[in-house]
Design a protein around this ligand. Structure first.
Ligand SMILES: Cc1cc2nc3c(=O)[nH]c(=O)nc-3n(C[C@H](O)[C@H](O)[C@H](O)COP(=O)(O)OP(=O)(O)OC[C@H]3O[C@@H](n4cnc5c(N)ncnc54)[C@H](O)[C@@H]3O)c2cc1C
Length: 432
């Protein structure tokens, strides 16, 4: 198979390709490419939980497949564990890892933004100039926000006065700094969008860890949780118990309180249908949809929000040949939008892509699983786990009856498991 790659000098240097100017070249001559005849070139866009795992497993299982990973960030910053950064119990460096492990495997890692996909020509275009041809394309672009659904929110976030902190990185640090700067006796308000959104228990974990910080350092303060949903979306009894036993008087939970508008003029105000909530620190988690690239590529065929996929190959139903993973997908029944699940999608897709490139049949009975830990305090943790088996009759994954489970109570052993889970999944996806 013939592939070509056209990248700017900066992108080539970032990818470890010592070539000048904008040029087109056959990949067989590039550093890090496996010896032996290539069975194809797979371009993976997005170096998060889904994309990095897919790149690694394509290379590990596919051997002579050429793999290019394109990621806009210089390093990977994990959302899991980032609520501990918000609470002041970890630093952002603790949840940041590099891509050197993937590079060492012979994967080309290009730092850049993919601005367009030419599906019929099987090429992706980079925002900084240059294009790459592919035989198969994997997209794991995560989520982007539906700013238009909350009046004033984008301007308030752009101005730095309000945070979302739902993509880990500078936003996480900004929210932490605002909490630190708030005087004792202040009001923190955080809002949760209607499901589905990334990480169902994540906002409730965040509430616990903000409350843990306030309890320890600013005990006269208050946390208002404005939930657009009628009730807590995951591990409900466990979060309710924590709020009752550990954070009574600190957390006030308001269900059916959808934030419709935000004002960040003289003071911070979140408007719901019933109230104008004034806050000293305002954290609004916006409604979400599949990442912008999936939208501009015309892949959002489920409620105009998510990408429908064929679960045996993870190919977008709107564009076979483009495999979409992780949060961007329209989920199978009871399948959460989680890093763990994105990692599992990636493995199903990697095995299927290798089979397709080799002209073999794909696995007809994949099984995936998920475990999601939530910190109740800096040390005490609860989990929920599930197993999902592909059901050929219905063409989708379904939860396996009797599988999975839920913690009985928060405990410190699971606190250690949660931190190990994070280290292990980062190692699994990034080859570190
Ligand atoms: C606070 C919080 C806590 C969480 N805790 C957990 C947890 O405990 N366990 C768990 O399993 N999950 C957790 N999650 C959910 C988890 O983070 C997501 O489900 C996971 O990141 C989804 O993986 P993904 O590959 O779909 O997207 P991401 O991991 O977001 O990766 C997408 C990547 O694509 C890149 N990208 C997007 N568009 C382009 C483009 N055009 N060009 C180049 N690069 C691009 C982005 O920069 C990003 O790196 C949590 C989420 C949050 C917000």
């Amino acid at each position: 198979m013939t592939q070509d790659i056209r990248l700017s000098r900066r992108q080539m240097m970032g990818a470890g390709l010592a070539l000048g100017g904008l040029s087109t070249l056959g990949l067989a001559g590039c550093a890090g490419v496996a010896r032996g005849p290539s069975i194809g070139h797979v371009v993976v866009v997005g170096g998060g939980f889904g994309g990095a795992t897919a790149a690694r497993y394509l290379k590990m299982w596919g051997g002579s497949i050429e793999v290019t990973l394109i990621e806009r960030g210089a390093s990977f910053v994990s959302c899991p564990i980032s609520n501990l950064v918000v609470g002041g119990f970890k630093r952002i460096e603790d949840v940041t890892r590099g891509y050197d492990g993937l590079k060492a495997m012979g994967i080309r890692v290009v730092q850049g933004e993919v601005s367009a996909i030419d599906a019929s020509g099987r090429r992706v275009r980079l925002a900084g100039g240059g294009e790459l041809a592919y035989d198969r394309l994997v997209l794991s672009p995560g989520i982007d926000f539906m700013w238009e659904t909350v009046g004033g929110l984008q301007a308030a976030v752009d101005s730095g006065r309000v945070t979302h902190a739902w993509k880990a990185g500078p936003q996480t640090v900004a929210l932490r700094r605002q909490l630190e700067a708030m005087p004792d006796g202040g009001v923190v308000a955080m809002s949760i969008p209607r499901a589905p959104y990334r990480c169902p228990p994540g906002p409730y974990e965040r509430a616990c860890l903000i409350a843990a910080y306030l309890k320890q350092s600013k005990p006269r303060s208050k946390l208002l949780v404005l939930d657009a949903n009628p009730e807590i979306q995951s591990k409900k009894a466990l979060f309710e118990k924590a709020w009752r036993d550990l954070y009574r008087g600190l957390i006030e939970y308001r269900p059916n309180a959808e934030v419709k508008e935000v004002s960040s003029g003289s003071g911070l105000v979140a408007r719901t249908d019933f109230d104008d909530v004034k806050a000293d620190v305002l954290n609004v988690i916006p409604p979400q949809r599949a990442g912008d690239l999936a939208r501009s590529a015309g892949l959002l065929n489920m409620n105009s929000r998510w990408v429908g996929v064929d679960w045996l190959t993870l190919e977008a139903t709107a564009a076979p040949g483009i495999h979409v993973l992780g949060d961007a997908t329209f989920p199978a029944p009871a399948m959460p939008k989680s890093g763990h699940m994105a990692n599992q999608h990636a493995k199903v897709a990697a095995a299927a892509i290798i089979a397709l490139l080799e002209g073999k049949a794909v696995n007809p009975t994949p099984v995936v699983m998920n475990t999601c830990y939530s910190f109740i305090t800096a040390r005490d943790v609860v989990h929920v786990a599930s197993v999902h088996q592909f059901d050929a009759a219905e063409g989708t994954f379904k939860p396996v009856p009797g599988s999975g489970g839920l913690s009985v109570a928060a405990n410190q052993i699971e606190g250690r498991y949660a931190l190990s889970w994070a280290e292990n999944i980062w190692a699994d996806m990034l080859a570190i």
